[in-house]
Design a protein around this ligand. Sequence first.
Ligand SMILES: [Zn+2]
Length: 127
Amino acid sequence: MAALNRCPHCRQHTIPRLLKLTARHRSPAVCPACGGRSCTGITPLSLLAHFGLILVCGTLLRAAARIGNRWTLLAVLALFGGGFLYICYRTPLVKLERFPLQRNIAIVVVALLFAAGGGWWFLSGSA
Ligand SMILES: [Zn+2]
């Protein structure tokens, strides 16, 4: 795991990628070089990627529910979880102090889209 992420404060590659995955608002990644705190940012691109992932997995989930195979359902859920982690992995770190409100709104929007999208797919599939 030699891959390091760029610190948004001092612009050096100091933060391990695995640490970045756990870097959240409440437990930020701390740069060993400058001590700057940062967390995984949500960019318009990552929001779009999450939305696309939700749509694709929602479609697959609906198909899997129709097939009725438990393992197919689990595979789709694993794909969704993996895709979600992958997008978080690719999303650059941002300064913790930057855009906290926008970030929270983005998280709420993604959660709502997921809930609404999932419910809609399931309801329209069983009708
Ligand atoms: Zn730094």
